[in-house]
Structure formats: structure tokens, C-alpha cells
Design a protein around this ligand. Structure first.
Ligand SMILES: C[S@@+](CC[C@H](N)C(=O)[O-])C[C@H]1O[C@@H](n2cnc3c(N)ncnc32)[C@H](O)[C@@H]1O
Ligand SMILES: Nc1nc2[nH]cc(C(=O)O)c2c(=O)[nH]1
Ligand code: SF4
Ligand SMILES: [Mg+2]
Length: 239
């Protein structure tokens, strides 16, 4: 059976971001990413220098761990990373569906897969200018098309004015996708990341700025949310 690069599996915790915020969730974090966002908060699952901490696991191994963590009680499984879309998660999703689990996935929208249609929610998170990455919109559109009947939403991280202006343009381009705006968190790189004091004042300040800016522009379609797990647990891993 094909094996998948997995950086960590953890939970149940609450989904801390976006459309399904607060929902009890087990996270399966894939190892490896085709992007290198300047502010990535999950570098331990991105940079290949951390690959010695990743495990090669079959879908059956992964699902056994998900079942163990959840006590065999079906819940939402969030596929994140890294970019989970560069690997084939369809066998895991099939195993989960047979036991009543549902799957949500977070991806930047750079790689489309036919199995996106097996997800209950596809969260597309195109990267704004502050990330240093450039979106390939043709690939992004492929992702939307592959999702078919799966609920598809967009989540944009905003650090500054330029990101905000960019988000407004993206929103105009995709008026049918529900939009979530999330203030950025300046996370130090691993291994310091976990123990570092979080800049709670900075996060709250950027959140307030984002609310004021959005509402000040009479832009009422996005939902504006902070990373709830960061407010509760800081930059701790595995929560
Ligand atoms: C770590 S990424 C993994 C999934 C996928 N690679 C992606 O970017 O969508 C999960 C989510 O965290 C967001 N994120 C990453 N670093 C962040 C930061 N420093 N502050 C706020 N959100 C961040 C990403 O934009 C994405 O929406
Ligand atoms: N609780 C919790 N919620 C999250 N939502 C997205 C996360 C991610 O890193 O993809 C994440 C995470 O790492 N933890
Ligand atoms: S795309 Fe996601 S996982 Fe990859 S570097 Fe950017 S934020 Fe990190
Ligand atoms: Mg995260």
C-alpha cells in the first residue's frame, strides 16, 4: 500500500480557524509543501530539514491512530500540513467514511486532485503578497472545479494593508466562495517556535485593525476570525 509522509497526528482538539471553528477535530498533518511562505507557522511540516521527524504511514496506520485518538467515535478529521494535496489521501478518506468520519482539508490551492470531491469541506487559502509566494490562478480554479459538491470556502491570512487590498481583489474574483479573513501571527521558526512567548498584544492589535478596516470599508461579506487555538495555547504544537 502507498505510504504517506506524516509530520504529526493529534487531537481531538477544536478546529481553531475559519469555517468550522470550534468543531471537535483530529488533525493529520502531512509532511512536505510546494510553497515556502515567509511566515509559515508549520515549518516543522514543510522544511525537509525536519523530515527525520516525519513518519511514512499507510492509510490504515493513519486511520488506526485517528480511531485511537477519537476513541472510535466519528468526528471531523482535518487534513493539513504542509500541503496535503501533493499526496494521495483518498485511501484514508475511504477508510474514514466507512466508519462515519468526515474530512476537511486545508490547502493553498496550488495542486488539484480528483479526491477533493470526497471532502466535506475544502478550505482554500491563497497566499497574499506578504507570504512571498505567487498564486497560480489556473491551478486554483482547478481545485475549485475538482471539489464538485464538497463545500468550498476561502481563508485569507492578512498581515498588512497590501494583503488586505489583495484580499479585496480576490474576493471580487470569487464572489460565490464564503470568505474568512484571519490576522497573521508572527511565529518564530522551529525549534524556538513552541517555547516562544506569543505576541498576544500584536495578534489582538492586528485583529482589531482588520475588523476596523473591513467594517470601515462597509465590506460585510467576510467572516473575520483570529486563530482560536493560538489564543488558548499559544504556538504549542499538537493542539
Ligand atoms: C499551516 S497551513 C497548512 C495548509 C496549507 N499549506 C495552507 O497554507 O493552506 C494552514 C493554515 O494556516 C495559515 N497560516 C500559516 N501560517 C500562519 C501565520 N503565521 N499566521 C496566521 N495563519 C497562518 C495558512 O495560511 C493556512 O490557512
Ligand atoms: N486547533 C488547531 N486548529 C487549526 N486549524 C488549522 C490548523 C493548521 O495548522 O492547519 C490548526 C492547528 O494546528 N490547530
Ligand atoms: S503553503 Fe501552508 S504549509 Fe506551505 S509554507 Fe505556506 S502556510 Fe506553510
Ligand atoms: Mg496552524
Amino acid at each position: 500500500m502507498n505510504r504517506l509522509r506524516i509530520a504529526e497526528i493529534f487531537g481531538p482538539t477544536i478546529q481553531g480557524e475559519g469555517a468550522v471553528i470550534g468543531v471537535p477535530t483530529v488533525f493529520v498533518r502531512a509532511g512536505g509543501c510546494d510553497y515556502r511562505c515567509s511566515w509559515c507557522d508549520s515549518l516543522h511540516a514543510v522544511d525537509s530539514k525536519f523530515r527525520h521527524d516525519w513518519k511514512m504511514m499507510s492509510a490504515a496506520d493513519i486511520f488506526a491512530e485517528v480511531e485511537h485518538l477519537s476513541g472510535g467515535v466519528p468526528l471531523a478529521v482535518s487534513l493539513s500540513g504542509g500541503n496535503p494535496a501533493i499526496q494521495d489521501f483518498s485511501p484514508l478518506i475511504a477508510l474514514g467514511h466507512a466508519k462515519g468520519y468526515r474530512f476537511v482539508m486545508e490547502t493553498q490551492g496550488s495542486v488539484a486532485q480528483s479526491w477533493f470531491s470526497d471532502l466535506s469541506t475544502l478550505i482554500l487559502s491563497p497566499k497574499p503578497p506578504s507570504s512571498g509566494e505567487t498564486v497560480d490562478w489556473a491551478k486554483f480554479d482547478d481545485c475549485i472545479n475538482q471539489a464538485k459538491q464538497a463545500e468550498t470556502v476561502m481563508k485569507i491570512v492578512i498581515f498588512d494593508e497590501a494583503d488586505y487590498d489583495w484580499a479585496r481583489n480576490v474576493a471580487a474574483r470569487y464572489p460565490d466562495l464564503p470568505l474568512y479573513l484571519q490576522p497573521g501571527n508572527h511565529t518564530p521558526p522551529p525549534p524556538e517556535a513552541e517555547d516562544a512567548e506569543i505576541d498576544m498584544d500584536g495578534i489582538m492589535h492586528r485583529y482589531e485593525w482588520l475588523i476596523d478596516k473591513t467594517l470601515g470599508d462597509h465590506w460585510y461579506t467576510p467572516t473575520i476570525l483570529p486563530q482560536l487555538h493560538v489564543l488558548v495555547w499559544g504556538n504549542k504544537r499538537g493542539v
